[in-house]
Design a protein around this ligand. Structure first.
Ligand SMILES: [Ca+2]
Ligand SMILES: [Ca+2]
Ligand SMILES: [Ca+2]
Length: 266
């Protein structure tokens, strides 16, 4: 292979490595299936409806369809062998909507499904939530009993929060036990390495909230997603990126130098 072609080939290889490295950093777009990588534990106090550095080792998905599909969300996930961590950010049409995640089911309010409910003001069914305060709504560990049937668990497991961060941009954070042992509350018994169903919905049509757009109600729920609980952590972006850029820069300098020397020869 001529010298120039060898350098070009090397440069293409390094460029491909950079692209592959960036693709592995955890940010993906417009996907419906999630991977929750292994990550560090988040303290209960950091489940506060504010996205901070506690999510820096999570996978982040952009433009995720949630139900109703008038909205899309940014969804972050990771797990620490004891808890599944999920953060969801989306823009609602009222200041106090509710949001829910149904675990291990693909249909709306499936009988026997476990769930997490955020920000329900309890106005239409007692025990499911309560008044918002300072832009923050309540979390409830729930169980579903079929269409229209939902109740708060007698044993509340996990920690969750929903916060209106301004302009109806909602931030949900959840620390959900992978296996709480609460069978009466239909709580999941999930294991790392497996893949499970998730169904995310929000609602602002007046049931359990002050009301907003009539189209934004959970009964239009159609799209479920899956989450794989991975034992593998995502690569640390700065280290990987800096290493690859350094290698690429070195190859480029060597190639340019060799090219200049070859052109200088008579
Ligand atoms: Ca937080
Ligand atoms: Ca439950
Ligand atoms: Ca429970």
């Amino acid at each position: 292979m001529p010298r120039g072609s060898r350098f070009a080939f090397a440069f293409i290889c390094v460029s491909a490595a950079i692209i592959a490295g960036l693709a592995a950093t955890g940010v993906r777009a417009a996907v419906t299936n999630f991977v929750a990588p292994a990550g560090t534990a988040i303290a209960d106090g950091n489940i506060d409806g504010v996205i901070g550095t506690e999510w820096s080792d999570a996978n982040v998905y952009l433009n995720v369809p949630i139900n109703p599909t008038a909205a899309t969300a940014q969804v972050s996930l990771k797990q620490d062998n004891t808890y599944l961590y999920i953060a969801v950010v989306w823009t609602a049409d009222i200041a106090q909507p509710w949001f829910s995640i149904e675990f291990g089911a693909t249909g709306c309010m499936n009988n026997g499904a476990d769930g997490a409910l955020f920000g329900n003001d309890g106005s239409t069914q007692a025990g499911l939530g309560g008044a918002w305060s300072g832009g923050v709504g309540l979390y409830r560990d729930v169980e579903f009993g079929g269409p229209g049937s939902v109740a708060a668990d007698a044993i509340q497991n996990g920690v969750g929060a929903i916060r209106n961060s301004g302009s109806n941009v909602m931030v949900v954070e959840l620390k959900k036990p992978l296996n709480s042992g609460d069978a009466a509350g239909n709580d999941v018994a999930w294991a790392v390495g497996n893949t499970y169903d998730l169904l995310m919905t929000w609602d602002s049509n007046g049931g359990g909230n002050p009301g907003g757009g009539s189209a934004n109600m959970q009964s239009t729920t159609t799209d479920s997603q899956t989450v794989q609980l991975s034992a593998v952590a995502i690569p640390e972006f700065p280290t990987t990126a800096i290493l690859l850029v350094t290698v690429a820069g070195t190859f480029l300098l060597v190639a340019v130098g060799a090219w200049k020397r070859s052109k200088a020869k008579p």
